[in-house]
Design a protein. Sequence first.
Length: 94
Amino acid sequence: MRQKWFSYIIEDLIELSALPFSATDNHFAIDATGFSNKRFIKWFDNRIGNSKMREFLKLNLICSTDSLIVPNAIVTKGKRSESPGFKKLIDRTS
C-alpha cells in the first residue's frame, strides 16, 4: 500500500459497482482475511533471539448474502484491529 490514492480508487470502484443492487440487498456478512507478500519484518526477541515475520495486508469486506455482491472493502495493514474497519464498512454500506 505504497500509493494511498490507489486504494481509494479501488474502494470507490467497488462501491460504484454495487449501486444497482443497493435497493434489493437487505442482509450482509462481514469478514476479514490476510494477504502476505514477499517482505519480512525483522526484530530481536530476548527469549528466542532474532526473529522475522512475513509482512501482510488485511482485507476487510462486507458482502450481501442476497446477491453475493461486495458493496465495500477496505485494505489495511495486517497488525491493525478489525473492529474499526468493520464499523467503517457498516457506515458506508447503510
